[in-house]
Design a binder for this molecule. Structure first.
Ligand code: NCD
Length: 314
C-alpha cells in the first residue's frame, strides 16, 4: 500500500495542499466510486466514530453527500441545522463548537456564511474539521469532486484548459478549483462580466476573459457557476436576460470550446440564468450528475483519511 502523504489534521481548503496529497485523495476516492456502485455499499472503517454536519447555511447536496459518506463508512452521523440549534438563541460559533467538542466527536463538517469561520472553529476543537464551504473563501470537497470527475473522463488534469464562468466574485467553488487546477498543472481561465471578477484574481494564476466566446475558445472543460444572489448586495448585472445573452451557456457559445469539452456545474443550477436547460441535460456533454456521484466518494475518502488512527497529524 502506498504511504499516506496527507498529514493535515483538518481539511480547511485546497490552498497549501501538494500535488501528491491531492493525487492521493483522488486515488482513494476512485476506490470508493466502485464501492458505491455495488449493491452492498456499507463498510465499517468508521464504526464507532461520530460525525456531525454543522450547517449554518442551506445545503442539499453537500450535506446529504457527507451524511451518506459517513453512513457508508459505518459512522454515526448527526445533522445540525442552525434553525434547530442554540445558535438562534444567541450562542456564539465558538460556544457551539466547544459544546459539540465535549461530546467526543471524531469529525465535524462545517458550512458557514463567513470566510474564515471554519478555520476559527477548527482551532477550538479536538476533532478533524472539514470545510463544507465558508463564505466566498473555499469549498475544498467540491474542487476535489470536480477534479475526480475530470480525471476519470479525461485521464488527467495536467495540461487541460478549464474555463470557470460566471459569478466568480462570490464563489468559493471557483477559488478552490483555481487552487486545485493550478496545483495539478491545468491552465485556468475565468470568464465573467467585470462586475463579477474579484480584483487581483490574476495573482491566483488565471487568465481573465470578459467575453465568453473568447474565453471558451478551445477549452477542454466549461465549468459554470451559479449567480449567487444571496451574496449580492447591490446590482451586479443589468438583467437576467442580458446576463444570459452574454454569459449564459448555450450551444452557440459552447461551439467555441473543443468538440469533446465537458460541461460542469456544482449545483444548484439556475436554469435559463447561467445555463440553458438543454445544455445542462445534454448526456453527451454534461457531467453534472456525475459530479454529484463523485461527491459522495470524495467525502468518504476525506472522512477516511482524517480519522485514521495511525495518522501523524501536523
Ligand atoms: C455551491 C456552494 O454552496 O458553494 N454548491 C454546492 O456546494 N453544491 C455552489 C453554489 O451554491 O452555487
Amino acid at each position: 500500500m502506498t504511504t499516506n502523504p496527507f498529514t493535515h489534521r483538518h481539511l480547511l481548503g485546497i490552498q497549501g495542499l501538494s500535488p501528491s496529497e491531492i493525487g492521493f485523495l483522488l486515488d482513494l476516492s476512485n476506490g470508493y466510486v466502485d464501492q458505491n456502485r455495488r449493491a452492498d455499499k456499507k463498510q465499517s472503517t468508521l464504526r464507532g466514530r461520530t460525525l456531525i454536519n454543522l450547517f449554518f447555511e442551506n445545503s442539499t447536496r453537500t450535506r446529504t453527500s457527507f451524511e451518506l459518506a459517513g453512513k457508508r463508512l459505518g459512522a454515526d452521523v448527526i445533522n445540525m441545522q442552525v434553525s434547530t440549534s442554540s445558535v438562534t438563541k444567541g450562542e456564539t460559533l465558538i460556544d457551539t463548537a466547544v459544546t459539540l467538542n465535549a461530546m467526543h466527536l471524531d469529525a465535524l463538517v462545517v458550512r458557514h456564511p463567513d470566510s474564515g469561520a471554519v478555520k476559527l472553529l477548527s482551532e477550538k476543537v479536538n476533532c478533524a474539521v472539514i470545510n463544507g464551504g465558508d463564505g466566498c473563501h473555499e469549498h475544498p470537497t467540491q474542487a476535489l469532486l470536480d477534479a475526480l470527475t475530470i480525471r476519470r473522463r479525461k485521464g488527467r488534469l495536467s495540461g487541460l484548459t478549464v474555463a470557470i464562468c460566471g459569478d466568480v466574485l462570490h464563489s468559493r467553488v471557483a477559488r478552490s478549483n483555481i487552487h486545485l487546477l493550478n496545483i495539478m498543472g491545468a491552465r485556468v481561465r475565468v470568464v465573467a462580466p467585470k462586475t463579477l471578477v474579484p480584483a487581483g484574481i490574476e495573482r491566483l494564476g488565471v487568465e481573465v476573459f470578459f467575453d465568453m466566446r473568447a474565453g471558451l475558445a478551445d477549452c477542454d472543460i466549461v465549468m459554470m457557476l451559479r449567480l449567487q444572489n444571496e451574496r449580492m448586495s447591490g446590482n451586479f448585472i443589468p438583467s437576467i436576460r442580458e446576463y444570459f445573452h452574454f454569459f449564459g451557456l448555450d450551444y452557440a457559445k459552447l461551439a467555441q470550446a473543443r468538440p469533446d469539452a465537458l460541461i460542469m456545474h456544482p449545483g444548484p443550477m439556475n436554469r435559463g440564468f447561467e445555463i440553458d436547460s438543454d445544455v445542462a441535460d445534454d448526456v453527451e456533454r454534461s457531467v453534472i450528475r456525475e459530479q454529484v456521484e463523485m461527491g459522495v466518494a470524495v467525502r468518504m475518502a476525506v472522512l477516511d483519511i482524517l480519522t485514521r488512527p495511525d495518522r501523524e497529524a501536523v
